[in-house]
Design a protein around this ligand. Sequence first.
Ligand SMILES: Cc1cc2nc3c(=O)[nH]c(=O)nc-3n(C[C@H](O)[C@H](O)[C@H](O)COP(=O)(O)OP(=O)(O)OC[C@H]3O[C@@H](n4cnc5c(N)ncnc54)[C@H](O)[C@@H]3O)c2cc1C
Length: 481
Amino acid sequence: MSETVVDGVQRLPENGISVIIIGAGVSGLQVALESWRKGCDVVIIEKAPELSPVGDFFTITPSALTTLKCYPSMHSDYHERIYNCSTHVYTPSGVQIHSKFPEWRQPGVVTAAPDVDISFLKRRPVFAKMQLDQVTRLGIPIYWNESVIAVHEHENSVNVVTASGQEFTGDVCIGANGISSKISGFDAGPDVAVQDSGYAIARVAFPRSSIKSDSLASTLLKTIDSEPEFRVYVGKDIHLILFLTPDWVAFAFTHADSDNAKETWTNLKRPSDLIPYLEKAADEWDPAVLDFVRSAPPEIVDWKLRWRDGAEQWTSDSGRLIRLGDAAHAFFPTAGNGAVQGLEDAVSLAECLRIAGKEFITKATKVHNKLRFERVSILQQTGFINREELHTADTAAVTGNREKANIGFFKIGRWVWNHNPEHYARDNYDQCLAHLETGAPFHNTNLPPGHVYQPWSLSSETERMRAGIKSTLKENGDWSA
Ligand SMILES: Cc1cc2nc3c(=O)[nH]c(=O)nc-3n(C[C@H](O)[C@H](O)[C@H](O)COP(=O)(O)OP(=O)(O)OC[C@H]3O[C@@H](n4cnc5c(N)ncnc54)[C@H](O)[C@@H]3O)c2cc1C
């Protein structure tokens, strides 16, 4: 068998591995692309009837885009809409207290994806459509409207059954089915309960044209044609993010979820519902910001932020089932890494499958898991720390001392964005496998240099915050840019 080229994508010779992917979210679509590129036979099963148009912006940083160059059409689609945002922190009354470009845009910095113009923000539906278009052009089959209800793992194969009675057989099954979907027989690691984090996020994206040109809100948009902006307004136990780009704008309002309800959605359904919450958190709001919120359409999604503690094991005991993306690790939006880590997972797992080959698939999933867990766990924890810092910022103090306003939300660290998950898997596979099989020494190096990993959980973080103890996570190892 030789390499083939489809839509400009170079595919390695077929390796005989058949991969079944549950879920066509950002992680599921990416692992389909990467596995196909490595020569696997791939099928995706998705319970929704089509790609969801829901969602506003998410952050995609260089480590998630290291293989974009392997897909020339998708590479060009990606570059069609670039929002090279500057990032800012504001007091509610509208005083700018911090302002900079992301770390990877600082002069002289070369990233792990040097061929990609990293835009910081991407509109979620646009990114997912870009991936789906590539999946379609490569001819990877997707079964829409098929909810997977059961998975059976056998010694040499996996069987996947959908609600309509369709059955699929493969060598490995990747559960990229999001945070809270449960599937009978998908026993990959401990069954960790999904918990209420106590916070929710009300968010909506809308066309810039919804903001009238003579309105107060329009004063926020004066310079965004030349420089889109990511603004965070910090209040008492809330933060409000404004995404300001030349064509689409959005807000995301993170707030304590007072009703403690069990449902996915909470109560903020209309822009007018948000105003009293905002006013509770600060005496004085910039009238332009309140006008911006009022200009939004009524279709606000107020997601409960649910949490599931990280489990070290993402695979079944025998290794033919593996969780990926949100299904393996929950992320708060304040970590800015949910989609990034799902995309890194996809690249890493496909490379491990390639290295192992069909005969050793069950080793590949376990090596991938070992290579990824600590990195992902540290980044999950930043979601707590970044939120805490935003919700307790002493704006009066930092207004007089801008140095103090270097809010850690924007302190990401080179170790995060300068990582190449494909190279990392390739370079570390053998040593990691030896470690798993014989106990030979192996230490992950995709962490902050010098970092000593410390296990943690929702309850340990909650206890720490209740006791008023500042986290030292970002002092553990080298987090510099
Ligand atoms: C509709 C939507 C909107 C979002 N909007 C934002 C946003 O605005 N900003 C942001 O930062 N993040 C957003 N996210 C979250 C972000 O996209 C994810 O955290 C991240 O990209 C990880 O994606 P994932 O593919 O691992 O999981 P998900 O994006 O949750 O995808 C999981 C997929 O699996 C499917 N699935 C679940 N169970 C089954 C089953 N039994 N059988 C078959 N299919 C199944 C689901 O329908 C879904 O398509 C959104 C997610 C979704 C689903």
